[in-house]
Design a protein around this ligand. Structure first.
Ligand SMILES: *Cc1c(COP(=O)(O)O)cnc(C)c1O
Length: 437
């Protein structure tokens, strides 16, 4: 890790060249660093808990490619497995043992999983799960929660906050209103709102989809009884329950949120950790549902690169390492220490803050809290966050560049890294309060 100021905005030739040939200079919007007012990080390499930019500066990394790297960057077992696999060919377009081994592992670990279909992104996983739910129920509507993110498929890009049982408007140009009209929304953690939606639309509802620990509006844990309440509500309405565990899978427990909270969904989507940094995701569930997927059933879904041998090797190697080392309790302890450290630094300076750690996911909001839903999250002080963020980044700590994203931890983060980060956070709060940056 190195201190010292970064180059001013636009000074990097890569930033200039990127902006000329890629919208915003990025392959995914959050990477542009817009909300924190910094030029984007151009990564050159990663090693363990650190990511290095194109000028060779190292940053303690709490983004970890937005979740997948639970063993840290370039974890030797993963690198070895991928290297070995690559020598045997980059893709087969045919069945291979790696798919079976990874699917067997998922079925063994995740309570609601008996059968698995691999895809290439979380977006594909959730849109395919919804297609399957619609086919299985013969219904069209879905219910999602405000502030939850399920990838960028049309039906998920829906304005949050439009209230209970309101047919929603598109969140992005290019999404047909007719598509958005099939997506209902409710506030996270609000079972009464869910009941109200079901009372009006229950007989037309195919599925309720939820991040069982919300991680795309900052980190918002489910309130006690929320997930089981959804399970019961879906059963009453004859709708399917989909846990989008793309982020929570292998992070909040070995078997995901469904293991941790004891509520079992009908369908599960996985991504991020399951591919260890390669483009792997999956949708999965019990045999009777998954057998509806082609070629066993009529629900069509396919992929040229699905089940890619490098991705399968990477995912399997990472999960085997998790099995061998069982790091989940240690990860959660460190994540809690980090959050408590940051919160007590805030308290000492009179900055309103709240936060939580669930497994190796964590988050802090600059608001009094507690935060139960998206409206609560949006009360956080985004301007203070941006100043704090820049001061942390200058000091070599890389958090997600938005007040509304979860943080992650890897097994490569040491107690000393955590201590160091808490110290940096305190200094950064001083800088933010002084308005010096
Ligand atoms: C990241 C994420 C997605 C989308 O996955 P991509 O691989 O980016 O398409 C979907 N759902 C959740 C909960 C996520 O965190």
């Amino acid at each position: 890790m190195s201190a010292g100021p970064r180059q001013p905005a636009g000074a990097s030739d890569w930033v200039r060249r990127a902006r000329a040939v890629m919208p915003g200079g990025v392959s995914s919007p959050v990477r542009a660093f817009g909300p924190v007012g910094l030029p984007p990080l151009f990564a050159a390499r990663g090693e363990g808990a650190r990511i290095f930019d194109d000028a060779g500066r190292g940053y303690l990394d709490y983004v970890l490619s937005w979740g997948p790297l639970i063993l840290g960057h370039a974890a030797p077992p993963v690198v070895e497995a991928v290297t070995r696999a690559a020598r045997d060919g980059m893709s087969f377009g045919a069945c291979h043992a790696g798919e079976v081994e990874l699917a067997e592992r998922l079925a063994a670990w995740v309570p609601g999983v008996e059968m698995v279909r691999f895809v290439n992104s979380g977006t594909e996983a959730t849109m395919s799960a919804v297609r399957l739910a619609r086919a299985a129920t013969g219904r069209d509507l879905i219910l999602k929660f405000e502030g939850c993110y399920h990838g960028h498929a049309d039906g998920f890009l829906v304005v949050a906050g439009s209230g209970v049982a309101t047919l929603s408007l598109p969140d992005s140009p290019g999404v047909p209103a007719a598509t958005s009209a099939l997506t209902l929304t409710a506030p996270y953690n609000d079972l009464e709102a869910v009941d109200a939606v079901l009372a009006e639309h229950g007989p037309r509802l195919a599925a309720v989809i939820v991040e069982p620990v919300a991680g795309n509006a900052g980190l918002i844990p489910p309130r006690k009884g929320f997930l089981q309440g959804l399970r019961d509500a879906c059963d009453r309405a004859g709708a399917l329950l989909i846990f989008d565990e793309v982020m929570t899978g292998f992070r909040v427990a070995r078997g995901g949120a469904q293991e941790r909270y004891g509520a079992t969904p009908d369908l599960t989507t996985l991504g991020k950790v399951v591919g260890a940094g390669l483009p792997v995701a999956a949708y999965a569930g019990p045999r009777d549902l998954m057998r509806r997927v082609a070629p066993e059933g009529p629900v069509y879904q396919a992929g040229t690169l699905s089940g890619n041998p490098l991705g399968m090797a990477a995912g399997l190697a990472q999960l085997e390492e998790l099995e061998r080392t069982d790091p989940f309790a240690a990860l959660e302890r460190r994540a809690s220490t980090l959050v408590e450290g940051i919160l007590s630094a805030a308290r000492a300076r009179g900055i309103p803050a709240c936060g939580a750690a669930v497994g190796s996911m964590w988050g802090v909001f600059f608001t009094e809290g507690p935060v139960f839903d998206f409206d609560g999250a949006r009360r956080a002080d985004a301007e203070l966050f941006a100043r704090y963020y820049r001061a942390c980044f200058e000091r070599g700590v890389f958090f997600a560049p938005s007040a509304f994203e979860a943080g992650f931890l890897s097994t490569a983060h040491t107690d000393a890294d955590i201590e160091n980060t808490v110290a940096v956070a305190g200094e950064a709060m001083d800088a933010a309060l002084a308005g010096a940056n």
